[in-house]
Design a protein around this ligand. Structure first.
Ligand code: PMP
Ligand code: GLN
Length: 381
């Protein structure tokens, strides 16, 4: 078997969700909302399914969604995107990441990544035959060490894979960090594969800046989005890649032999969703910001050290103030079994030498669930 997969554990999100179910725990582990996205978007999809438009759509995606993605790029970031040559629809951001790495990376290349890492990044980079060059950031400030980042780039660098806003750190890269990344990417004539699935989930008045908008980056960046996060429909797996034609073309070739297409009714419904007014997008971030605050207040009262959260679905907390030891996986196990609340150990996002006293809670849940979890934790500590 392929050594990339041999001996790999099951992804932590699946493991913790199964564990939560088995113990009747409130699942604040895996990142998904516990209420489905807008009913009008779901109805739109249902009508498409029932009307009988269920055969292979165009390989690059239905025109409605490709134009909607191009329009959203203009509307939110003032990017001029040609929907016909610069937008590809994929089955989720995960397929987009897989296609981008398969298409652009050759054996022997190096790919720069910032650790903590979303679960699929390392296996996908390794499967492409590349050597990962990891740059660490750690809680509570998740600050990038400029020298370490510069040192990770070299003559073999083919790409940087950047997740912004970042899971699980809930970090939003500031302008200076993005400028440094852009500068290094241009200097090494590399690509930037940007996982921006949380592009509409930023808090405290922050606005998302795609790396693609920085000088020199338009032609070398692949920008990935997902309807899962933007419309609270994580099970749909509708994603999209935006990139210059010369980059998107090989990615499209990888896509055509991976999934080829994505369900057309879901694509059309997402296209309709992307056209929603500013009030939709404001409410999405605003509601989640209120949930972040609700959970942060409660966890802090219980005695956890709450780490700042600038975006995403996730709040990381320090368990050290409660004297829970330095094995975060064991802490998550205990919390599930004894307290009835499931979180994810942050060490799962590091390859090695992870801090052992941080766990991640997902707050994209009904307030009653958040309050229920807080009650259980308060009783347990
Ligand atoms: N990237 C990040 C950072 C994520 O958190 C997730 C999970 N939602 C994905 C990619 C996967 O997105 P999708 O479900 O669209 O494949
Ligand atoms: N992105 C989600 C998380 O970080 C999980 C998605 C998945 O399970 N693949 O929890």
């Amino acid at each position: 078997t392929n050594p990339v997969y041999t001996g790999l554990p099951t992804t932590i999100f699946e493991v913790m969700s199964q564990h939560a179910k088995a113990h009747g725990a409130i699942n604040l582990g895996q990142g998904f909302p516990d209420v489905d996205g807008p009913e009008d978007i779901r109805r739109f999809a249902a009508e498409e399914l029932v009307a009988g438009r269920n055969q292979y759509p165009p390989m690059m995606g239905v025109p409605e969604l490709r134009t909607a993605v191009a329009e959203a790029n203009k509307r939110f970031y003032d990017l001029d995107i040609d929907w016909q040559t610069e937008v590809l629809v994929t089955s989720g951001a995960t397929e987009a990441l897989s296609d981008c790495l398969a298409a652009l990376i050759e054996p022997g290349d190096e790919v720069v990544l910032i650790e903590p890492l979303y679960d699929c990044y390392l296996p996908l980079v390794r499967r492409a035959g590349a050597t990962p060059k990891l740059v660490r950031v750690t809680p509570p400030d998740w600050k990038i060490d400029r020298e370490a980042l510069a040192a990770a780039f070299g003559p073999k660098t083919k790409a940087i894979l950047l997740n912004n806003p970042m899971n699980p750190a809930a970090k939003v890269f500031d302008r200076q960090e993005l400028e440094l990344i852009a500068e290094l990417t241009v200097a090494h004539d590399a690509y930037a594969i940007c996982d921006e699935v949380y592009e509409h989930i930023l808090f405290d008045g922050r606005k998302h800046t795609p790396l693609m908008t920085l000088p020199g980056m338009r032609e070398r960046t692949l920008r990935i989005g997902s309807a899962g996060k933007t419309f609270s429909l994580t099970g749909w797996k509708v994603g999209y890649v935006t990139a210059a034609p010369a980059l998107l073309d090989p990615v499209t070739k990888a896509h055509q032999f991976t999934t080829f297409t994505t369900p057309p009714g879901l694509q059309k419904a997402v296209a309709y969703g992307l056209g929603k007014g500013d009030d939709y997008y404001t409410a999405l971030a605003g509601d989640l910001e209120a949930k972040r605050d609700r959970l942060a207040r409660g966890l802090s009262k219980i005695g956890f050290g709450v780490v700042p959260c600038a975006g995403t679905y996730f709040l990381t907390v320090d368990t050290a103030p409660l004297g829970l030891g330095d094995d975060d996986a064991a802490v998550c196990e205990k919390l599930t079994v004894e307290a009835g609340v499931t979180a994810v150990p942050v060490s799962a996002f590091y390859q090695s030498d992870a801090p052992g006293n941080f766990i991640r809670f997902c707050f994209s849940k009904r307030d009653t669930m958040l309050d229920g979890a807080l009650d259980r934790l308060a009783r347990w500590v």
